[in-house]
Design a protein around this ligand. Structure first.
Ligand SMILES: NC(=O)C1=CN([C@@H]2O[C@H](COP(=O)(O)OP(=O)(O)OC[C@H]3O[C@@H](n4cnc5c(N)ncnc54)[C@H](O)[C@@H]3O)[C@@H](O)[C@H]2O)C=CC1
Ligand SMILES: O=C(O)[C@H]1O[C@H](OP(=O)(O)OP(=O)(O)OC[C@H]2O[C@@H](n3ccc(=O)[nH]c3=O)[C@H](O)[C@@H]2O)[C@H](O)[C@@H](O)[C@@H]1O
Length: 470
């Protein structure tokens, strides 16, 4: 089947950039991204490309090129579903906050709503593509809903799994030049194979065929959770050793380099940090743990859960190290945070380590002053309020947001680097030092600063994973 019209449900961090790239690379296909969030769609349609709801280097250029030509953003979900030959479901699949599986299982209510809506609205055959990250075997639930509700008895549906592997901050690079594209489908029927081929042909407009991998649906669904679990496990592994480095005089960056040169280990994803964040690692591992538990695989579940426990420990120990270094009290002391986003080059703050470190310090009555180049003030308060640790008013009193890093650090007792934004390395650190309380403490939670230079200025420094010479 030659695809002429694509609809994507969900205009978020995945739906927006993914569809923008498909539209740019396939000018012969009309792509409509729909969402129930009117504000988000308005922002995607804003004539000022700086106001797109997702900040990703290079995204504005691609949207600018394709929008209005063959890329559209709309709130008319039914209409877009009806007109499409292929529908991507790219809605959020957060961790459940209620009922069975609370705090672990993926909440599939948005997915189910999409499936029911597609079944209700569709008047012609459709290929439905799971783009969201889903528990293994979700496709069978989607199929059952599609076939048994709405117009399901009249129209035919094929379900594909096409998980997304982009990382935020490098989404456009990752989409334009992916390591692989994974497509799972019903390989046992000719209709299933045709559907797989239709999606392969879309990606083949810019991705080498050798990099387009086709599998059965279950392998595809499970590969996505597995990939995120492996990636997060590497971060927790190196972070666990950062603590041992600090105790023994080793330097975690040197250890990472030494092990990473072994081609069997590889050098990527070995950067020790204040803990991984982002909307997916924690949620997807918890989901994996839940699935393993539901099959009675206790050892498998416990093994992966440790990745999360290690990450929680890393965030907490960074906060506690600040407190103990500042003579065991931060009450009334000003601590400047450089960075709030969960990584550089994104405005996304979901599960960012900064939120949890701030929460611990606010519990100790610290005053926090934050500067982040891309995160908006309101977002920071929303993040803290979401934890429900204290009142909204107390969060606003405890945390002040700045547009200027030098202002944020004025009179601070300590600076903590929470995100690895490149611009932090270019600051006039002497100027920052001069404006701070003394002793001026610096806690580099990302290992990006030149500690020797800072110590020469007079800072008292801590760098994650760097032990002192014994
Ligand atoms: N953020 C990332 O970097 C990656 C995310 N993923 C996965 O992709 C999925 C989406 O993630 P994000 O884009 O980050 O989420 P998001 O929260 O940014 O976007 C999801 C959008 O779906 C919309 N939505 C929900 N239900 C809807 C409905 N019934 N009809 C229309 N719109 C609806 C929401 O309003 C929201 O704008 C998740 O399953 C996630 O695990 C996968 C790879 C990377
Ligand atoms: O499913 C998803 O959502 C995505 O999750 C991650 O992407 P993302 O969370 O956007 O960003 P990463 O670069 O993976 O970073 C995640 C967290 O780990 C931290 N990290 C990463 C690498 C590292 O060496 N050290 C480290 O602390 C980052 O600072 C960040 O907080 C995966 O890398 C993507 O392949 C996947 O598609």
């Amino acid at each position: 089947m030659k695809i002429k019209n694509i609809c994507c449900i969900g205009a978020g961090y995945v739906g927006g950039p993914t569809m923008a790239v498909i539209a740019q690379k396939c000018p012969h296909i009309q792509v409509t991204v729909v969402d129930i969030n009117e504000k988000r769609i308005e922002a995607w349609n804003d004539s000022n490309l700086e106001k797109l709801p997702v900040y990703e280097p290079g995204l504005d250029k691609i949207v600018g090129e394709a929008r209005g030509r063959n890329l559209f953003f709309s709130t008319h979900v039914d209409q877009a579903i009806d007109q499409a030959d292929m529908i991507f479901i790219s809605v959020n699949t957060p961790t459940k906050t209620y009922g069975k599986g609370k705090g672990m299982a993926a909440d599939l209510k948005y997915i189910e709503l999409c499936a029911r809506q597609i079944a209700r609205v569709a008047t012609s055959d459709k290929i439905v593509v799971e783009k969201s990250t889903l528990p293994v075997r979700t496709a069978s639930a989607i199929k059952s809903i599609l076939d048994n509700t709405g117009n399901g008895s009249k129209v035919k549906f094929q379900i594909l799994s096409n998980p997304e592997f982009l990382a935020e901050g490098t989404a456009i690079e990752d989409l334009l030049d992916p390591d692989r594209v994974l497509i799972g489908g019903d390989t046992s029927t000719s209709e299933g194979n045709d559907a797989i081929e239709s999606l392969v042909n879309i990606y083949a407009n810019w991705v080498n065929k050798e990099q387009i991998l086709t599998t059965n649906v279950w392998s595809s669904e499970l590969s996505k959770l597995t990939a995120n679990a492996f990636l997060a496990q590497r971060v927790s592994s190196i972070n666990s050793l950062s603590e041992l480095c600090e105790k023994t005089g080793a330097d975690v960056n040197e250890v990472a380099k030494a092990i990473g040169m072994d081609s069997r280990i590889g050098s990527k994803f070995l950067k020790s940090s204040v803990g991984f964040g982002g909307s997916c690692f924690q949620k997807d591992i918890l989901n994996l743990v839940y699935i393993a538990k539901s099959y009675g695989l206790t050892e498998v579940a416990d093994y992966w859960e440790q990745v999360i426990l290690m990450n929680d420990h890393q965030k907490r120990r960074f906060a506690h190290h600040i407190i103990s270094t500042l003579f065991n009290t931060v009450s009334g002391k000003k601590i400047a945070f450089l960075g709030w986003a969960f990584k550089k080059d994104t405005n996304d703050t979901r599960e960012s380590a900064a939120i949890y470190v701030a929460d611990e310090l606010l519990n100790e009555q610290s005053q926090i002053d934050v500067y982040d180049p891309k995160v908006e003030e309101q977002q920071m308060y929303t993040d803290l309020d979401y934890l429900n640790t204290r009142s909204s008013k107390d969060n606003r009193e405890g945390l002040t947001v700045h547009q200027d890093p030098y202002r944020a650090c004025e009179n601070a007792h300590a600076i903590a680097v929470l995100t690895e934004w490149d611009e932090f390395k270019t600051y006039d650190w002497q100027k920052l030092y001069d404006r701070m309380q003394k002793p001026a403490f610096l806690f580099d939670g990302r290992g990006i600063l030149n500690i020797e230079e800072l110590e020469n200025i007079g800072f008292v420094c801590y760098k994650i994973g760097k032990g002192k010479d014994l």
